[in-house]
Design a protein. Structure first.
Length: 256
C-alpha cells in the first residue's frame, strides 16, 4: 500500500532529509587518501547522535538477508555497488571512488540519501561514470509530479544511462519512504512490464537511487552477506534523493 503524506508530515521528512544531507556534506571533507571507511562511520554516528536522531540503517533487519545491519553507513568502494561494510581495514586510496549511503529517523520520519565521492584525483572514465549517474538522477526528478507514472522516472534513468554506454542494476531498486525506511512502491531504474506502474499522486515520497555500472549490470553478494559488487569487476556509481510529489511539483527533501 502506498502511503501519501500530509504537508505537515512532509515538513517533518524535510528535517530528516536535511540532516542526512548535512551528514553527507561533512563526510565529503573526510574522504581523503589514508582515511578508512570506519573513520567515516565514526563521524557519521557522532553527527546522528548529536542531532538527536536515530540511524536508519543500524540494527535494521533485512528479511532477504536474515540479518541485522550493524552500521550507520554503507560504504562501497569502486566495484562495490551498495551495502559495503565500514571497516578499519578499508583504507581509501588516490583514485578510488566511495559510495556513501545513509539515513536517519527524526521525530518518527525517515530521510535517506546517497552520493559517490572521488578520493583525490580520479581518471576521466570514472569521472564520466559519476557524471552520467548524477545526471540520471537529476533528469528523473522533474518527472516526480502528479499525473505521471512511476515508469516516467524509471524510463528516464534507464534511457540516459544506456544511451551513454552504461548499465543499470536490476537486483536493487529505490523505494517509497515515510514513517518506515522502506515503503511501497518499489522504484526501479529500468522499465519492467511485470512491475507495478502506479500513477503519482500528491503526498507520495520516493527514494530515487540510480545504481549504474560501467560494465554489465550483473551483480553478486560477497561472503559478508551484504556487499553487492559487479560480477565483471567494473566500477559502479550510486546517487540517491528522497523526492516528494507536491501541488507545486517535485520537492527534493534531501538537499537545501
Amino acid at each position: 500500500m502506498i502511503i501519501r503524506k500530509t504537508p505537515t508530515e512532509l515538513e517533518k521528512m524535510r528535517l530528516a532529509g536535511l540532516l542526512v544531507w548535512q551528514i553527507l556534506e561533512e563526510l565529503r571533507k573526510l574522504i581523503v587518501p589514508g582515511a578508512t571507511t570506519y573513520d567515516l562511520e565514526s563521524a557519521a554516528e557522532k553527527m546522528v547522535a548529536g542531532a538527536g536522531a536515530r540511524p536508519a540503517f543500524k540494527n535494521y533487519y533485512v528479511p532477504a538477508v536474515g540479518r541485522y545491519y550493524k552500521f550507520v553507513l554503507c560504504t562501497s568502494l569502486n566495484s562495490e555497488i551498495i551495502h559495503g561494510l565500514p571497516s578499519t581495514r578499508r583504507v581509501l586510496r588516490e583514485g578510488d571512488i566511495v559510495k556513501i549511503d545513509t539515513g536517519v529517523s527524526l521525530n518518527g520520519y525517515y530521510g535517506d540519501s546517497a552520493t559517490t565521492v572521488p578520493v583525490g584525483k580520479i581518471d576521466e572514465k570514472t569521472e564520466r561514470l559519476l557524471r552520467v549517474t548524477q545526471e540520471a538522477l537529476d533528469l528523473a526528478v522533474p518527472n516526480v509530479r502528479e499525473g505521471n507514472r512511476l515508469f516516467d522516472i524509471s524510463g528516464t534513468v534507464q534511457r540516459h544511462v544506456e544511451s551513454n554506454g552504461y548499465s543499470v542494476v536490476r537486483e536493487f531498486v529505490g523505494h517509497g519512504i515515510g514513517t518506515k525506511l522502506h515503503e511501497d512502491p518499489q522504484v526501479p531504474n529500468f522499465v519492467d512490464p511485470r512491475s507495478a506502474n502506479p500513477r503519482l499522486k500528491e503526498g507520495m515520497v520516493l527514494a530515487i537511487e540510480p545504481m549504474v555500472c560501467a560494465g554489465r549490470p550483473d551483480t553478486r553478494v560477497l561472503e559478508d552477506h551484504w556487499t553487492a559488487v559487479t560480477k565483471d569487476g567494473s566500477r559502479a556509481a550510486h546517487f540517491e534523493h528522497c523526492v516528494a510529489v507536491t501541488s507545486n511539483g517535485p520537492w527534493i527533501l534531501t538537499q537545501p
